[in-house]
Design a binder for this molecule. Structure first.
Ligand code: ZN
Length: 172
């Protein structure tokens, strides 16, 4: 099992590389996605994870459907437990922003308040190499922004309104 990299590690500050689309179905990328899913599943409070958080500087993130399932629409018929976003780009942002509380598996023991766009639209490739577009509001929009930030080397504590300590839950 891959350990989740913590703040202070250089890989979290790199601008992650695009995944060549033709490589998405290949073993290397499929293995990385699997490792991300396993690392996220081991976290009782884990909602999403970006590849740099397992030390891989590639533009991939996964969302746990147990957290976002009700809002996930597109894959409702799928038995997959995670939503996979490869080379994600936020193509639209609402003008409206609001302060939202957030945490990060790479900034354990801290929570913060950060201003986020209330609605965004994202394009990405799924784990099969199919391109899709999705709009989101609320928690899902916040997650899209948080995860895309990871791929540009940004952590939520950068520019957070305030940051406070929280108890770290036991690992699964
Ligand atoms: Zn994070």
């Amino acid at each position: 099992m891959k350990e989740i990299v913590q703040i202070g590690d250089e890989v979290l500050r790199e601008v992650a590389a695009e995944v060549p689309v033709e490589e998405i179905p290949g073993k290397k990328i499929q293995n990385i996605v699997q490792e991300m899913v396993e690392a996220l599943e081991a976290e009782p409070d884990g909602a999403a994870l970006a590849a740099p958080q397992i030390g891989v500087s590639l533009r991939i993130f996964v969302l746990a459907r147990r957290v976002f399932g009700a809002q996930s629409g597109r894959e409702e018929a799928s038995k997959d437990t995670h939503l996979v976003f490869i080379n994600p780009t936020i193509i639209k942002r609402s003008r409206r922003k609001e302060y939202m509380d957030e945490g990060c598996l790479s900034v354990r023991g801290h929570y913060g308040t950060k201003k986020r766009h209330t609605n965004v639209t994202i394009t990405a490739y799924d784990e099969h190499g199919h391109k899709f577009t999705r709009g989101a509001g609320g928690l899902l929009a916040q997650a899209f922004q948080h995860e895309c930030d990871h791929l540009d080397g940004i952590l939520f504590v950068d520019g957070a309104e305030k940051v406070w300590d929280v108890e770290v839950p036991d690992r699964a």
